[in-house]
Write a protein that binds this ligand. Sequence first.
Ligand code: PMP
Length: 304
Amino acid sequence: MKLIPMDDRDGSIWLDGKLIPWRDAKIHILTHGLHYASSVFEGERCYNGEIFKLTEHSQRLIRSAEIIGFKIPYSVAQIDAATKQVVAAQQLKDCYVRPIAWRGSEMLGVSAPQSTVHLAIAVWVWASYFTPETKAKGVRLTLAAWRRPAPDTAPTASKAAGLYMICTHSKEAAEAQGFADALMLDYRGLVAEATGANVFFNFNGELHTPTPDCFLDGITRKTVMDLARKRGIKVVERAIHPREIGKAQEMFLTGTAAEITPVAELVMEPTTHQFQVGNLTRMMMDDYSRLVRQQPLLSSVSAA
Ligand code: PMP
């Protein structure tokens, strides 16, 4: 497959208040965000012209920046409007949306209180995080070598770029061994999440997911919990130990990019766990896919 570089595409990117040609959306090499990871971002999806939970994403972007000590100079309403503007300008109805805010290049040093804060929003067609075939069969995961840090060690509630250093490394290491992604444990050795998605298990018809006390409490995660409860499925948020995984019948990942992706296999040397792409996973996939497209949920399906 021919790679189309991200910096060499047609169209416009919203940068600091206006739309500019895609190829001109550049920053200087001495940018604080690049050197010291003073950068926060979002990942959103637009379905049939509607950005799913846009305002929640804009709020999280502002909050992510506050957590790591800088202020985005736009309100939630302004970010919402700018996002809609760039989606319309790109004439896309189904696309991925990437807002990013960072400290600029006025000062370069660990402390840079006078640096200005920038915001850019780019959109492009990104059909699937995992290929549709992999997604239908369920993905294969391995265990990441890195662990999610404690909340007093890193700003774990922020969608801060710096936290993705260990995600990129873990996902690339997994892919190099033929896996789609890696499951990350946390600093206590408990199940946390994948490198860019949250995780759910079906334990005897109940949906269990780790308590998000040191990783992102995903918007898709919360959406799936609501959808499951509406179906009368018991949802349990709790600390999940890796040795319990063998008792789960199904496992799936949730995230804006990953949507709901079933897991077929999890290799945790010396053990390999296998899961079926079962009814509960398929029901959640169907409900989610209808909700994001504003279609009515089917009333007749059952998780049994
Ligand atoms: N965890 C991480 C590390 C992520 O990057 C993402 C994707 N934003 C998620 C979880 C899922 O979050 P959301 O459902 O809000 O996209």
